[in-house]
Structure formats: C-alpha cells, structure tokens
Design a protein around this ligand. Sequence first.
Ligand code: RFL
Ligand code: PHB
Length: 394
Amino acid sequence: MRTQVGIVGAGPAGLFLSQLLHLQGIESVVFECRDRAYVEARVRAGVLEYGTAETLREAGVGERMDAQGLPHAGTELRFARTRHRIDFAELTGRSIMVYGQQEVVKDLIAARLADGGDVRFQTEVVGVHDLDTNRPRIAFVEAGEPAELDCDFVIGTDGFHGVSRNHVPDLMIYGRDYPFAWLGILAEAPPSSRELIYARHDRGFALHSMRSPKITRMYLQVPADESLHEWPDERIWAELHQRLATDDGFELTEGALLDKSITPMRSFVATPMQHGRLLLAGDAAHIVPPTGAKGMNLAIADVRLLAHALGGYYADGRDDLLASYTETALRRVWRATHFSWWMTAMLHVDPGTDEFGAQLAQAQLDYVTTSRAMATSLAENYTGLPYEQSWSYR
Ligand code: RFL
Ligand code: PHB
C-alpha cells in the first residue's frame, strides 16, 4: 500500500491538511484510532479566528459554518460585577466565528469522504519507520490486522497523547502546568448573552460561551486534579450564577446539562516540529490553555504552512519550505503561547499566589478595559494575527 502523504490522526489538523492537499492534487491517507461517531461528538473548542474561518471557506468547507455559525464582533470582560466590551470590529476591522470544533470536524469528514478521500477510522497507528529515508512507512492495525503504508511524508497530527512526537530525537520541551483546570458544560439553554463573557471573580474564572441559539457552553475554573464527582449540577449552576453576577441584573438561563468534562490547563511547546520525513502539527507539537481560544486555530495555521510547503515540494521539487517549517510555525505558536498565558494569568485566581499576583491581574484588566492601545492588542491577538503566506503553493 502506498500514498504520497500519510496522516496520523483525524482531528481538525489531520483532516484539514488532507483537504488542502487534495485541493492541490496531492494524495493522502488519514488514520484515526477512534470511530467516526466518537470523533464527531467530541466537544472541544468553539472560537474560530477570522483567518481560520476564511481558510475554511477558501478550502470549500465553510458553507455550513456560514449558515449556522455565529459571527461575533466583540467580547465581554467582566469583573467587579461590571461589564466591559472589547469591540473587535471597531478596533481591528475583524470578527470571530463561534462554531464548534466538532462541527468543523463533521464538515471536513463529509468533504473528504464525498471526494473519495481515504479516512480510516478505528485504525490505530502503532509506529512510524524509516523517517530518515525518502520512503517512510506507517505501521497500523486495522480490524485487528497489522499492515503498513509506504509514503513520501508522515504527518503527525495525533494530538497531545499521540505517538508521532516520540519519533523526533532530541526533542526540546518547554511548558507550564497551571494550578487549576476548567470544568466545561454544555447546557440545553439559550445563551444569556449575545457574545462571550470572560469573567474574573474572587471565586475563580468563569466563561460564558455558546454553540447555537439554543445551546450554551460554559466553563468554571476548578482546582487542578478536581474530580467531576465534586460537581453535581446544582453546584455548577450556583457557582456560575455567583461568578457571572453583575450590579445591573445579569440573568443566567439554566437548562439540562448535555455534557460535563474537566480539562487540565497547560502550555507546552515541542521543538523541532520535524525530523526527516516526519512533520508534526497541532496539539501533537503544542498545547495552550484554552483562555485565548487558540488551540484549534493554531492547528489550522500549522496545516496551512504544511499544505504550502508540500505543494512546493510536489510542484517544483522545493524542499526549502519544508526545511523552514519548524521555524515559521513556531513564530506563531510562541505568540499564541504568550497571549494564552497572558489571558490566563489576567483572568484566573492562582491559588498559589498572594495579594501581589491578584493585584497585577486586576491592574491588567483595568488597563485593557481603559486603554485603546491595550484593547487593540487583545483584539488583534484574539481575532488572529495575519498569516505569513497563503496555504496553496500556486
Ligand atoms: P486532536 O483534535 O487531539 O486530534 C488528534 C487525533 O489523533 C487521534 N490519534 C490517533 N489516531 C491513530 N493512531 C494513533 N496512534 C492516534 N493517536 C491519536 C486522536 O484520536 C484524535 O482524533 O488534535 P488536533 O487535530 O491537533 O487539533 C487540536 C485541537 O483539538 C485542540 O487544540 C483544541 O480542541 C484544544 N482544546 C480546546 N481548545 C479551546 O480553544 N477550547 C476548548 O474548550 C478546548 N477544549 C481542548 C479541549 C483539547 C482537549 N484535549 C486535547 C484532550 C478539551 C480537550 C479534552
Ligand atoms: C468554547 O466555546 O468552547 C470556548 C470559547 C472561548 C474559549 C475557550 C472555549 O476561550
């Protein structure tokens, strides 16, 4: 069995790369250890940068997003029981799109399969070999049977817990674990606000987001290693009411909980993002805490670079774009890593810090909500900084 590009993992990164390669006439096979229903039901990120939404459109997978997604021209920072709006459109001329990651994944799977794409669910990659040669191989297990795929390149888009990253020798890891986690809920309730609300409260951070006019997505800062057993539904609602309360009578609409989960918070950057014919993208190479809503957007940005570099390789035999992939990708990754860390520090209550740390966070919030320069900085990072190049080589 043989293809041009073998892709490990059908998250947003792997699926979108397969789509961008297909548009340039490059063949790929995507391996996914989970089944299709599981991948399509996984509730994760919800905010698409301006450029991510635009890239999805350019790749022909933006139709349902434009019909069902919710464009937001701003967001709210809430603290001391008061609302402060950051007007993205006015400050940067850009908006974001609120559209669930699982919907992006569904659209990508549908597009790939409609075009005869080779996406193999319930097929686990168990090893990648001969990465130093021009003929790397992917070893996988499909329906209990071991098999191999020969390819020109192996792309590791298998997420943070994947196997690909371990095949990069002398990998350097930089990161932070935060002393808190996010408890996320999906509720069958109309959103209580038109835009997202990032709230800092003495009891901890809270985020009000949404998935549709009928579904609210919310998060609460909880201690690291917290168990979901500690959080019956009533406690979650009581905490959300307290942390989101305002002096002007904000009302939070409750509803049945459809999903409940806890996500640890970490910053993680692995470098180099490549070794020989193996290239990593998305969570396989880097993780940000979700406060800046950058995780999936970074995955898409990596894949844009890879699509361009592989396009150059197949069209003109160029390998310089592939050679500089890590360096180019990491510029954006480190910017997003800083932004996500900064948003996290400003909005959370660090149980390990004293009043000094709390006052610094408050000073940042005061600054960002009173200075046009600082608000513009938040807005341009949040809506997404410009890409360095187009995704297609031609
Ligand atoms: P993904 O989405 O993790 O996809 C990787 C895929 O690879 C598969 N896989 C394998 N397949 C075959 N063989 C193997 N050996 C394999 N090992 C793994 C996995 O099953 C999976 O389908 O990575 P990708 O494509 O890089 O996309 C990145 C985004 O998913 C991620 O950045 C964001 O979702 C981060 N993130 C969140 N971001 C937000 O902005 N807001 C959130 O609320 C939010 N919640 C989350 C999250 C990430 C989570 N992870 C990674 C555990 C909640 C969770 C639980
Ligand atoms: C979400 O809607 O899931 C979401 C929104 C903004 C974030 C993180 C998650 O910063």
